[in-house]
Design a protein around this ligand. Structure first.
Ligand code: ZN
Length: 169
């Protein structure tokens, strides 16, 4: 499973992105990779969220993309799963497909939007601006080392020592 996240994308751009995603795949696919075909496209929405499921086939492989969009924070999170079946019908992960989807999302989103990746850490992070606290396990950090604080809506510098730094001498 791969996760890609886009911060600050509006709904219309997101819908546009999902519409042209198969074209991006075709445009950027390596010589011998099969065509991607959308077989399921469903989504539902609440006041706060949009949830989407997109399933594509590529030859004997399946790629599923689960999309969660938070309206208030204009944040899209893609969970990408790839599964292949070999000639015996055995299931195996389709890492190439997952990476490729993530790559396309990040490359195309990277032009205009902030990108984040999840860090598997323990502990607590405190927002230096509003003092909101987050468990590090749920936190996402940008390549420049910044964190998007959902409480105050600001991009703040991520530091593991934030809590301790106030007793400096
Ligand atoms: Zn904050």
């Amino acid at each position: 499973m791969e996760i890609a996240e886009i911060i600050g994308i509006d709904e219309e751009d997101l819908h546009g992105f999902m519409r042209v995603f198969p074209n991006m795949w075709e445009h950027e696919k390596p010589l011998f990779s099969p065509e991607i075909t959308l077989v399921v496209n469903k989504y539902g929405e609440t006041e706060e969220f949009i949830f989407g499921v997109y399933i594509y086939t590529l030859g004997s492989c399946v790629l599923a993309m689960f999309l969660e969009y938070q309206r208030e924070f204009a944040t899209a999170i893609f969970e990408i799963h790839g599964i292949c079946f070999d000639s015996y019908g055995m299931k195996r992960d389709f890492q190439f497909g997952e990476n490729r989807v993530k790559d396309i999302i990040l490359r195309n989103a990277g032009k205009d939007y902030k990108l984040f990746s999840t860090i598997p850490l323990g502990g607590i992070f405190t927002c230096p601006k509003c003092r909101a606290q987050y468990t590090l396990r749920s936190l996402r950090v940008s390549p420049e080392g910044k964190v998007y604080c959902q409480n105050c809506g600001r991009l703040v510098k991520f530091s593991k020592e934030e809590e301790e730094s106030e007793n400096s001498d």
